[in-house]
Design a protein around this ligand. Structure first.
Ligand code: COS
Length: 383
């Protein structure tokens, strides 16, 4: 860990209180209105949550991966929509610049991202390029001191709120990953427009839409890292970190659903006693606790490895796959324990059940994580 244990404990305690006192009571409102209230966003900014993983020299908290994961457990005790706004900003929205940006790019954008003055967004996916990310077709043609972008990005989280977009685009005729570069595009640039906000199954309050480039001219200085042809690698490095963050969100949300399920099992009486006294209910609670513990331990190990400077491509994929699949099972059991009440909106558990379904899909589906893990094993063998 970068900082002393006491400082991180104070941060986590503050976060825990903020999440449980300020965010949880607003969950239903956020879902019903599909918006995070301005006072809540202001509270997040005050706590510095938009800069958790942005280095301290740029005004962020500069948390290590392990610390960020611990913070993630706390944040996703509340509806993932809250996390989506601040963590997409800290995570995939800013990390391209943190990891591979030039000093000028870092100085220009990171301080404003860290305070939440501008929100970051990550544009990789396209209508015809999802899991096969290297097949993307958005083009970036060099023209003097500019690049001219054309193409459409799809399912872009935070796009309606974003002040800057990290955009992966094809800057040469080289096929596949090596022809891709990463760019920073500012909101308001002529030729940049947004599609309608997508209607989704869950994550209400977090917004996605298409980002459309039509002869969108940006300064050549906005090529991330000042180097063409390495944008796919930037995206993959960003996603390694992003996958650890989704694993943390999965663990935090699962812990919350287990909390709700245990409380319900203590209170709800059938056959003359609390349903928690019945072994079939107990088995579901025990399985959920065990799986959460396993995912939490695996994830913390992967995060520490990254902090120690190791390549965690494989470990991030293992943690993302296991934690998100685990979260789906915990959600399913929680609804089952709630019974008929679990199907009703007023108990909130069905909302979490819908929300967490996305964890198994975005930032690389379970099937993509399997491919990443298996390829590494075939390439490098087993230690
Ligand atoms: N870190 C650094 N470099 C990486 C990397 C990583 N984690 N993963 C891959 N690379 C490099 C490879 O080493 C390779 O470089 P070299 O040719 O110099 O060796 C290059 O990137 C291309 O990698 P690869 O050959 O593995 O690319 P593929 O087209 O086979 O695809 C997958 C790789 C499938 C893993 C990738 O397309 C992927 O992650 N897809 C899912 C996309 C996704 O998560 N979308 C969610 C959108 S964001 S919400």
């Amino acid at each position: 860990m970068i900082r002393d244990q006491e400082t991180i404990n104070i941060l986590l305690d503050t976060l825990r209180r903020f999440v449980r006192e300020r965010l949880v009571p607003r969950e239903a409102e956020v879902s019903d209105t599909d918006a995070i209230p301005a006072d809540v966003v202001a509270g997040m900014k005050e706590l510095g949550l938009f800069g958790l993983s942005i280095p301290e020299e740029f005004g962020g908290m500069g948390l290590s991966m392990e610390e960020e994961v611990l913070a993630g457990f706390e944040i996703t005790w509340a509806s993932p929509a809250f996390r989506s706004l601040m963590a997409t900003n800290n995570g995939i929205g800013a990390q391209g610049i943190v990891i591979d940006g030039t000093p000028e790019q870092q100085q220009r954008y990171l301080p404003r991202l860290a305070t939440g003055e501008i929100i970051g967004s990550f544009c990789l996916t396209e209508p015809d390029s999802g899991s096969d990310a290297a097949s993307l077709r958005t083009s970036a043609r060099r023209d003097g001191d500019s690049y001219v972008l054309n193409g459409t990005k799809r399912f872009i989280t935070n796009a309606p709120e974003a002040g800057i977009y990290t955009v992966m685009a094809r800057s040469s005729d080289v096929p596949g990953a090596d022809g891709i570069s990463a760019f920073i595009v500012e909101r308001g640039t002529p030729g940049l427009s947004l599609g309608h906000v997508d209607a989704k199954m869950g994550h209400k309050g977090s917004h996605t839409c298409d980002v459309i480039f039509e002869d969108c001219r940006i300064p050549a200085a906005n090529l991330i890292g000042g180097k063409e042809g390495v944008g796919f690698k930037t995206a993959m490095k960003v996603l390694d970190k992003g996958r650890l963050n989704i694993a943390a969100a999965s663990v935090g949300a699962a812990q919350r659903m287990l909390f709700d399920a245990v409380n319900y099992a203590r209170e709800r009486k059938q056959f003359g006693k609390p349903i928690g006294d019945f072994q079939l209910i107990q088995a579901m609670l025990a399985d959920s606790k065990t799986e959460i513990y396993a995912a939490r331990s695996m994830l913390l190990d992967a995060a520490r490895r990254r902090d120690d400077g190791h390549n965690v491509n494989l470990e991030a994929a293992c943690a993302k796959m296991f934690a998100s699949e685990m979260c789906g099972r915990v959600a399913d059991r929680a609804v089952q324990i709630f019974g008929g009440a679990g199907y009703l909106a007023e108990y909130g558990i069905e909302r979490l059940y819908r929300d967490v379904r996305l964890f198994r899909i975005y930032e690389g589906t379970t099937q993509i994580q399997q491919i990443v893990i298996a390829r590494e094993l075939i390439r490098n063998g087993v230690e």
